[in-house]
Design a protein around this ligand. Sequence first.
Ligand SMILES: NC(=O)c1ccc[n+]([C@@H]2O[C@H](COP(=O)([O-])OP(=O)(O)OC[C@H]3O[C@@H](n4cnc5c(N)ncnc54)[C@H](O)[C@@H]3O)[C@@H](O)[C@H]2O)c1
Length: 272
Amino acid sequence: MALLALTGAAGRIATAIRPRLRAAGHRLVLCEGPGVEVADVDDSLERVVEVDLRDIDGQAAAFAGADLVAHLGAYSEEQAWADLLSVNVDGTRAVCEAVRLAGVPRLLLASSVHVAGFVPVDSPSLREGMPLPAPDTYYGVTKAALEALGALYAARFGITVVSARIMTFADDANGQPSRCCWLSPDDMTRLVTAVLTTDATGHHVVWGVSRNTRRLVDLSPGRAIGFEPQDDAEAYARGGGADDRGPESRSGLLGGGFTQPDYRLGEPHGGQ
Ligand SMILES: NC(=O)c1ccc[n+]([C@@H]2O[C@H](COP(=O)([O-])OP(=O)(O)OC[C@H]3O[C@@H](n4cnc5c(N)ncnc54)[C@H](O)[C@@H]3O)[C@@H](O)[C@H]2O)c1
């Protein structure tokens, strides 16, 4: 049983994995920005800390004694450049610094498929290994910076860092998970557990994706840190034809509509 600190604790992913981590007996430090409510806190296992992502000292205090920090806090979609730079890049550097100051040995960084949105879906680098960054948005650029920070802090300070290029996280409740790109809550929890228990050292970039029959990417980088996803969107998806691989297949690029000329950089939802 371990002590895990989560940033972005009120967000979609943290909210979905918290009960699963508690059920495994872990204690959680729930870091969230000031004034943002974290719902359904179990006081016997969870403690909320109000702290901004850019507050190094506040986060170092919150992370004290943690076995793992899962950095989920962010602007999680396209925004003005200055805002993304502040929260996603300065914020991630502050999280890395806080992890170092607190002596936390393991760090999971939430990267995104948008770091590689301009990679063609038929690229060999998706079938085997991990492509270089080819961001489709300013948001994707900030995730490339996040991965670079992860590499720096792993190499310089010996922290085990995993940057997970999360594809499409969703609860299965609506029965329509993305067939190729779904990351289920149980598999996200398996990813956190893998980072907590892996013998691997250094920095690893993995795909945050379930074992979908129609997946476009290689599971072996995740396997190298002990991440073995189990869920398959086919078992949950309703409707859809055999060629239903989502917008990625229509554009021919991993980032789908985010790569298209009418998607405007720096505007929430691409100005649409
Ligand atoms: N949901 C997905 O499908 C998906 C896909 C790819 C990557 N990701 C990444 O995974 C992570 C979690 O995603 P999510 O869907 O839970 O995001 P979310 O937007 O639901 O949650 C992000 C959280 O970060 C917090 N936050 C934002 N600015 C902050 C600040 N300055 N200080 C402190 N907290 C701040 C927000 O209050 C929010 O609770 C994000 O980094 C996101 O970019 C998510």
